[in-house]
Design a protein around this ligand. Structure first.
Ligand code: UD1
Ligand code: CA
Length: 451
């Protein structure tokens, strides 16, 4: 069965009180829209159509970041969910198969749930995803007759009896494309909101002798984000699940509630993560590594046995080979750190390669930026970089070389060489004592002058 996803993402999200379109607010480092697309992607859809409106350019950009084949259609006026889906009709011309309608602001629908909806389509023209709501609030209510769905009534239009129903509409609907667009053509806007309700297709289908049913899921899956408080709830829900999944996979989280994970964080078995660690997007950690307290990682790879932190920062492009060590107050960006190499204290290593077993002393800086362009520093293996070395890129240091502490290295250092690049030291016998005495006399005469 071919599948097309239609993801509704045109709404402004007034209650977010934001310049950013609602679906671009992030949970676990990824836009809400990307989460929705990710859930649908598991069905291997033939087509993905995003209905954009407010902030359409930004929404299109985010959609294409996630999947460059996504088609964007514009709903310039938000006249209701049926009107929104209708905008996808021309993009789906020539498509034969099932359409699944998802909301861009509903990030947690599970692929397994969508699979169950597709399965239920075998015997039903329309399949709606419902849930038992703890607080049904303003959700649309699912009016059943036996196992069949008779109609969906929006809260605004519901009678007291209907409002007492706790089985609610998640908004996710599956239907054959041709049937869906035929039914939508018949939807009017004569209701309390004056909107074209997608939910009306159920009663319209039934009136044509077509069957409709409900597949239910856990309420947590249907969590939609309308306001910042719900964004925070969604984040919390994601984090709790992601931490539990990692621990299940054999990762130690010493204090799980203090570890922040991203949608794509991968951590191998027997890695230990200490308290207060942030994993931004794009981090992979192999097994048996240690990520020590208060470290911040994004877009980086940590190989097995490596130790990061405490208080380390790994930025995009940082790659630590096996058993490498990056210690406190060290920042690494776009740099390959070789096997067993050590950068233990107070350093910046950016746009660089550091060879195996090399030791980078405290306070070392790769001066990678000249104010206009970035340049590369290449440090070989078994090198000793003395403390407080400035490596002015582009520059290289050969294998088995050394730099003297405090050196400013501006030209390449060949293999096995010691580079000293600092003013020679001069000792003046007795001069310190004379200088002290002179300064004390000066201080005294200054004090007299003031009194
Ligand atoms: C909708 C359902 C309701 C369900 C609820 C679940 C309808 C009529 N009602 O109500 O039964 O319980 O979702 O959350 O479908 N959108 C557009 N264009 C539009 C209108 C909406 O893109 O013209 C998008 C919104 O940005 C949002 C989604 O569709 O992502 C749902 O719209 P919203 O207005 O939030 O619907 P609800 O009133 O919550
Ligand atoms: Ca809503």
């Amino acid at each position: 069965m071919s599948i097309a996803l239609v993801i509704l993402a045109a709404g402004q999200g007034t209650r977010m009180n934001s310049d950013l379109p609602k679906v671009l607010h992030k949970v676990a480092g990824a836009p809400l829209l990307a989460h929705a697309m990710h859930a649908g992607a598991a069905l291997e859809p033939e087509k993905i159509v995003i209905v954009a409106g407010h902030g359409a350019d930004q929404v299109a950009q985010a959609a294409h970041d996630q999947d460059e084949t996504a088609q964007i259609v514009i709903q310039s006026e938000q006249l209701g969910t049926a009107h929104a889906v209708a905008q996808a009709k021309s993009a789906l011309a020539g498509f034969f198969g099932d359409v699944i309608v998802l909301y861009g602001d509903t990030p947690f629908i599970r692929p397994e749930t969508l699979d169950r909806m597709i399965a239920a389509r075998a015997d039903n023209a329309v399949v709606v995803l419902g849930f038992q709501a703890k607080e049904p609030g303003r959700y649309g209510r699912l009016v059943m007759d036996g196992d069949s769905l008779r109609r969906i009534v929006e809260f605004k239009d519901a009678t007291e009896v209907e409002r007492a129903i706790t089985l609610c509409n998640s908004g996710v609907i599956a239907c054959d494309a041709q049937t869906l667009f035929d039914l939508i053509d018949a939807v009017g806007n004569d209701n309390a909101a004056g909107e074209y309700y997608l939910t009306d297709i159920v009663a319209l289908a039934r009136a044509r002798g077509l069957s409709a049913t409900v597949v239910t899921c856990d309420e947590a899956e249907t969590l939609g984000v309308n306001a910042r408080a719900q964004l925070a709830e969604a984040e919390a829900a994601f984090q709790i699940r992601a931490r539990a999944a990692l621990m299940e996979d054999g990762v130690t989280l010493a204090v799980p509630g203090t570890v922040y994970l991203s949608f794509d964080t991968v951590i191998g078995r027997d890695t230990v993560v200490e308290p207060n660690v942030v994993f931004g997007p794009g981090v992979t950690v192999e097994y048996g590594a240690q990520i020590r307290a208060f470290s911040h990682l994004e877009g980086c790879h940590v190989s097995r046995g490596a130790v990061v932190g405490p208080y380390a920062r790994l930025r995009p492009g940082a790659e630590l080979a096996e058993d490498a060590r990056v210690g406190n107050f060290v920042e690494v960006k776009n740099a390959q750190i070789g096997e067993g190499a050590k950068i233990n204290h107070l350093s910046y290593v950016g746009d660089a390669t550091v060879g195996a077993r090399t030791n980078v002393g405290a306070g070392t800086i790769t001066c990678n930026y000249d104010g206009v362009m970035k340049h590369h520093t290449d440090i070989g293996s078994d090198v000793f970089i003395g403390s407080n070395t400035m490596l002015v890129a582009p520059v290289s240091v050969g294998n088995n070389a050394m730099t003297a502490s405090g050196s400013v290295i501006t030209t390449n250092v060949e293999n096995d060489a010691l580079a000293i690049a600092r003013a020679p030291q001069v000792n003046k016998p007795g001069l310190a004592v004379k200088l002290f005495e002179m300064l004390k006399r000066k201080k005294k005469s200054n004090e007299k002058g003031h009194s």
